[in-house]
Design a protein around this ligand. Structure first.
Ligand code: COA
Length: 528
């Protein structure tokens, strides 16, 4: 019987198809943007919708790797699909660029807290990979009711400007196309770009709109005089190029990208890409639908790696972590894939392998599916704390590109050691089945129940039924928290990808990373 005819495989696959259907529906809603009536109004004004603008901007057939496409899902009472902004990497005139585009059908393209975070995340990705940024501006600035999440802190609206200035100083080109409103804080986004295109009669850029000016100073002035294309193109000099409509403005932006210095050549070699040994869609049947059962990691690797080939490092040692050199889309990667709980030997193996990759300038790919580091007397006596610290030191210090994909459950310090978000991987995605949390739902409920039981007053009773009623909501809360969708919604990861999208996503990411020189790694102290 072939693997695919196995009933277990088929049951897993059927469960996975349901997850994929739910992911596609979430994407559809994010792509839809604001309600249909606002689409209609936007079109009647002679404007393209945000995704149409991006399509015109990118080269025909270009990939578009979205960053944070599901950010904000279900937040703000559902009024801000995709957080009102689309961000992603695509090709313009053959060179990879970061596209940042407001969706004016979502509350006038205004910035919610999550919109700010998404814009900032896109900038950081662009900065790290030295990608020019093209910003399609159509935004009323801050969404005023959400000011606590927009205004005061680092990482919010002000950081957009701070990043623009830093990127500019680092020689990263930034081009803005003003296609609609550009009010208040939003006006500084184009004003801080290298070159600005504006659409006559449709693009407006001002620190305060006509109503605000009238209220503040009594001056009566219309939007055209205050911040239209002719005023900025001829009088203020805030904009540099005038277009007659969205299409022409975007065509000018494409021309401006074409005038930039050429895209840097890759600094790593690329072999001829090879198909994996098994179809990538076999992953659907391999990933265990019952999260308590292990997924066969080696078989999953056969579906992901070029030729299914992993040149394994220390195959016989510390086998709860698989390490080895492989290629994806022809690009070399150092793979670290979990295959059980992390022990002292697996942590030491990870440390040694990361050191090798740093010495050889090989990017690291963490495939996280780990319940954590081993606990208990034996593990502590063997020095699991210092072995784990070595792993974390190596992973955290490594200055080669790092990528994380959560393929199963990633918990506690295991999640962190497998290059969790805090360690700033170049990009981090989750598969739809995957989960991440401090600990699993059962463990969290049991731990809290044990604490409660220990604290019972003498004579106080707590029946098994009471305990179960106490545990059930904790389990539910942990399950909801750990879900990939919750991570994507909160921008704790860059998105959720269908496992079948993993190779093309990684190929693009490795290509981008290959064009940026990796600084030398300086390791922190390794406790011996
Ligand atoms: N904060 C909160 N909500 C805002 C907003 C803001 N800054 N700007 C617009 N909205 C809301 C509107 O109330 C409306 O909500 P509704 O759909 O529930 O009715 C929705 O966004 C769309 O706005 P609307 O004015 O109907 O759309 P429009 O396309 O005609 O105009 C703008 C869009 C952005 C040009 C216009 O709304 C505007 O000028 N807003 C004020 C911008 C401003 O002064 N910002 C200052 C930020 S510091």
């Amino acid at each position: 019987m072939t693997a695919n005819a196995n009933p277990e495989f088929q049951a897993n696959e059927a469960a996975y198809q349901a997850l994929l259907a739910s992911l596609m529906e979430a994407r559809r809603q994010a792509w839809q943007g604001g309600p249909p009536a606002t689409h209609e109004r936007h079109r009647q004004r002679g404007r393209l919708l945000v995704r149409e603008r991006i399509e015109v901007l990118l080269d025909l057939g270009s990939p578009f790797l979205e960053i944070a496409e599901l950010a904000g899902e279900g937040m703000y009472e559902g009024v801000a699909p995709g957080a009102g902004i689309v961000t992603g990497v695509g090709l313009i005139q053959g060179r990879a660029c970061m596209v940042i585009a407001n969706d004016a059908t979502v509350k006038g393209g205004t910035y919610f807290g999550m919109t700010c975070r998404k814009h900032v995340r896109a900038q950081r990705f662009a900065w790290q990979h030295r990608l020019p940024c093209v910003t399609l501006v159509d935004s009323g600035g801050a969404f005023l009711p959400d000011q606590a999440n927009i205004f005061p802190d680092e990482g919010l609206f002000g950081s957009i400007f701070h990043n623009q200035v830093g990127m500019s100083a680092d020689g990263i080109a930034q081009i803005a196309v003003v296609l609609g409103a550009c009010t208040a804080g939003g006006a500084y986004i184009p004003a801080l770009c290298d070159e600005v295109v504006i659409v006559r009669g449709k693009g407006f850029l001002f620190l305060g709109g006509p109503q605000l000016v009238q209220a503040a100073t009594g001056e009566i002035v219309d939007a055209e005089q205050l911040g239209g294309a002719d005023m900025h193109g001829r009088v203020s000099g805030v904009t540099d190029h005038i277009a007659e409509d969205d299409g022409q403005a975007i065509a000018i932006a494409r021309r401006l990208v074409g005038e930039l210095p050429p895209m840097p050549a890759p600094l790593r070699d690329r072999a001829a890409p090879r198909e994996p040994a098994r179809p990538i869609t076999d992953i659907y049947g391999l990933v265990q639908r019952d999260s308590r059962k292990p997924t066969p990691t080696r078989e999953v690797l056969q579906c992901l790696l070029d030729g299914g080939a992993l040149s394994e490092f220390k195959a016989e040692y510390g086998d709860t972590l698989i390490t080895g050199f492989a290629r994806i889309g022809g690009w070399q990667v150092g793979v670290l894939a979990n295959n059980g709980v992390l022990f002292v030997d697996s942590a030491l193996k990870a440390t040694h392998f990361i050191d090798l990759c740093c010495k050889r300038n090989v990017p690291l790919l963490f495939l996280a599916d780990v319940s954590g580091f081993m606990v208990g007397k034996e593990a502590e006596q063997a020095g699991i704390a210092k072995a784990g610290a070595k792993f974390i030191t190596a992973m955290s210090s490594a200055a080669v590109p790092k990528f994380t994909i959560i393929t199963g459950g990633a918990y506690g310090a295991g999640y962190l050691a497998m290059c969790g978000r805090a360690f700033k991987p170049n990009a981090m995605f989750m598969w739809p089945n995957s989960r991440a949390a401090i600990m699993g739902p059962d463990q969290a409920a049991t731990t809290l129940a044990l604490v409660k039981r220990q604290n019972l007053k003498p004579g106080e009773s707590w029946s098994a039924g009471d305990e179960e009623s106490f545990k059930a909501p904790i389990r539910k809360q942990y399950e909801d928290f750990a879900a990939a969708r919750n991570y994507a919604r909160n921008l704790w990861v860059d998105g959720i990808i269908d496992p079948a999208e993993t190779r093309e996503t990684m190929t693009l990411l490795l290509d981008l990373a290959a064009r940026v020189p990796a600084p030398p790694t300086r390791f922190g102290v390794f406790r011996m």
